[in-house]
Each structure stands twice: as C-alpha cells, then as structure tokens.
Design a protein around this ligand. Sequence first.
Ligand code: FAD
Length: 485
Amino acid sequence: MKIAVIGSGVAGLASGARLAAKGHEVHVYESNSYPGGKLSAFEQGKFRFDAGPSLFTLPEHLDAVFYDLGKNPRDYYNYERLEKSCHYFFDDKTRLIAYSDQNKFAKEVQDKTGTNAKSVIDHLKKSAFLYEKTHALFMEKSLHKLSNYFTKDVLDALINVFKLNLNASMHEVNSNRFKDPRLVQLFDRFATYNGSNPYKAPGVLNIIPHLEHNLGTYFPIGGMHQITLALVKLSKDLGVNFHFNTEVGKIIIEKNKVKGININGKEVEFDRVISNADIYPTYKKLLKGQKEPEKILKQERSSSALIFYWGVKKEFPKLDLHNILFSGNYKKEFDYLFGKKELYTDPTVYINISSKYNPKDAPKGSENWFVMINAPANTGQNWDQMIEKSRRNIQNKINNMLNTKIEDYIENESILDPRSIESKTSSYQGSLYGTSSNTKFSAFLRHPNFSQKIKGLYFCGGSVHPGGGIPLCLLSGKIVSELIK
Ligand code: FAD
C-alpha cells in the first residue's frame, strides 16, 4: 500500500519505519525543515541544546522499534543509565538527591527528612504494582477495539483498575502516605510528567514514579536528539521517503474513505493516511468539513512550558543533569497554571544541563542551561509581559537557592514559550502532552488511533491514545502499524 504519514514526530517516525518494514511505500510529510517535532535540537553560539524532551525513560520501547524490524539499535544509538535521576532543592534549603538505587534513595530521604526509609520503599512498591496492573490496558493496545479486551493481561487490568486510586487525587494519596510536605511535593511532581495537576489527577498516576525510581532514567549518548536521528536513519534504511518543508493542507476523503492528501493545492493519492499532527488541528484543518469528535476536542489541554536556553559561562558542581528547584507553594502554582492560566511568581524551576554528560554541548568552563517552568496552555495571554516578569522570578529563585547571581553568567539566550511550541509543532495551545489527565476518565477519553467513521485514516502521537511523552508516542506508532492490516 501507499501510506502517507503527516508529521515526523517520534510517533510518526516509528509508525512509518514499522510500516516500511512490512513492505509498504511510506511517505513522511513534515512542514518544518527538520524532523522530530518537539524532539529537535539547535545550536546557540558555541552551545548545543535539545529543544524539548530532556528525560528519557523506558528505553526498551525505542529499542523495540529497531529489534522488531530486524535491526540492532546499538548500530543506531546508545544510552547510559543514570546513577542519580534528579537533584531536588526545596524552599527550606533541603537538598535531596534521587539515586536510582532505591535503597540509597530511601536512605537519603530518611537522612534528609526523617521520613522512614521503609515508607519510601513501600510507596515505590505500590507504584510498581499500579504499573504492572495497568500498562497492558492503558499503554500497549488500542482501547477502542473490543477484541483487545479479551487478552489475559487486559482482563486482569480491567478487574483491578477500579481498585487503583481512581477516586482520590494524586496529592490526596501522597499526603495520606507521607507526613513530610517535602516528600508529598516530590511525589506530586510526577503529575507534571504528562502535563497534569496533582491536586486533580487521579491517584493512579502514581504509576509514573515507578518509571524513574524503579525502572530508571537514561541519557542517550550525544543527547536526546539522537533519538530522532536514530529513527530517521532507521526509516531511511527501510526506504521511507521524507518530504521536509512540506505542509499537508488537507486529508482528502471520498465516500467515507481516505483518498489522499492535498499539498499546496496538489492532490496526491494514498491508500492509508496517518496523522501524527495534534488531533485538534487534524480535525479543524486537515479534516475540515468532516464530523468532529466534539467532546474529545473540548477536553482540557495539558500544561505547556516556558523555557529559557542559556549559555552559562560558569560551571555549577552542585548541579547535575536534572535539577528541580521547588516552589514554596505548590498548590498555588497549580491554581495559577490550571485555574487562572497564569505564571506563578514563585514557580518550580527545572534546570537541565546536558553538558554534564555530553561535554561537547558547551565550551570548557561553561554549561548549557535549559531552564523550564510549567506554563498554562496558550489561550491568548500577554506572553511578552509574562515572560519578562518570569525571567526575573526564575533568576531570583536560582540566585536564592544556589547562592549565585546567574544573570552575570548568561552569555546568550533564546526562549520557547507556549506560542512558539504551538507554531513550531502545531500542538494546540502549545500543550506538551495533548490533553491533561486531570480526571479519572482522561485515559479513556483520548482519541482512538483510528477513525471510526473514515476508512483508511489513522492517528498517532502525544494527543491521541495512549498519550504524550516519548515512550507512549512510540507505542502509538506501534499500535497504528498493527491496526493497518
Ligand atoms: P510532535 O513532536 O508533536 O510532532 C508533530 C510533527 O507534525 C511536527 O514536526 C509538526 O511540524 C508536524 N506537522 C503537524 N501538522 C502538519 C502538517 N499539516 N503537515 C506536515 N507536518 C505537520 N517527553 C518525554 O518523554 N520526556 C520529557 O522530558 C519531555 N519533556 C518535554 C519538554 C518539552 C518542552 C516539550 C515540548 C515536550 C516534552 N515531552 C517530553 C513530550 C514529548 O516531546 C512529546 O510527547 C513527543 O515528542 C511528541 O511526539 P509526537 O509524535 O506527538 O509529535
């Protein structure tokens, strides 16, 4: 078959490679001049930056794309397991290192906060249990094909799912388990891994710490962008055709069946079309005139981000690859993000420094700082004004917590905000992960990976099932390739 993939995000690349390996003629159309969508990179003076994702978990799903297609992933990319997944800095000056060795982490928590190490291990065990019980149902299969419900794993997950902290919020579950507010805050933060609000998201999202604390965090050798480069090379080796700087204007439908796509007014025929573009513009623009899934398109979007990329002419030995400087009032920060849709004056600041592991990313004696705060989805706020205020607030926070004057060391700067995330990747409202998981039904309400009305039309990527983040996007690419018979 002749198959068009609209978008070269990780999910589009993974589905394209898998389908090319089955012998189909695959064409990937990408409006940007470069592949990867959110997972891209750029240079700023002598500094290199990964533009979007910085945390790599569940590498087996990336490896599987290669192994499943008869290739050795190590011929394409490699990664290392991190010994420390994150350095946490709290408002009261407590500093805590999340070691990937569970016992070492639990001891660190006990030493720094007085919380019994066993309660940390118990929490992580419960997180592992949640993962074991749910991943087959929520991650690996289409939730929208009845036949998928009759496998043992999925039936088991369904039986258990309603026992799994669906009625309490993540914050409620964590507050019941830990008395120390610092630990509650540490575990609440995992809601942001899919752009959600821990005070609303169901407790079942406590599945997420399992990935980092039990299964581990990883660093692709050479930086996150190697993931995109590896998938592009694999795709090319399998004969996928790439068309960059090529925006698809429309998906052509005839008699409820896909006929092809429209590029610059020209029709190109295809047997199957996969949209890797965000589901919102897919309906509003590419499928204009077709019936829309109104409820799905009205769902609350995940949070977005404001990122300052700073070339910093100093080294900070206290910092590691992943660093979190926590807000003094987490509840208020989320009220601002999801309620007022504004940036809070005391935000939680995430600093990622890839040059700690990839020294080539910054000149000697310098570091490449990716400084990110969570931001509300773009609903037309006055971003220029908010960014100026926020830069000052972020710098104050860094200066207080790290005892420095960071503005004296910033050599160069660029900024990514919800508007530019939206314009560069077509992500509606600049959301990082499609829709939020702020209700207990969110996982069931994501758009399916296929159209129930239009034959030959499929969807992959962070805004559809199973959701955002690199591993889930890769799985959506796999699900689509399995749905296309
Ligand atoms: P996208 O990356 O959304 O790409 C879609 C592509 O489709 C784009 O290239 C776009 O140009 C193209 N396109 C859209 N419409 C058209 C059209 N009409 N014609 C042609 N092309 C079109 N995930 C993690 O796992 N770990 C993290 O640490 C992490 N941090 C993040 C930080 C940031 C700042 C951001 C932005 C995201 C982060 N994520 C993280 C989320 C992760 O990046 C995404 O979930 C994932 O990369 C999305 O991939 P996707 O396949 O949905 O495609």
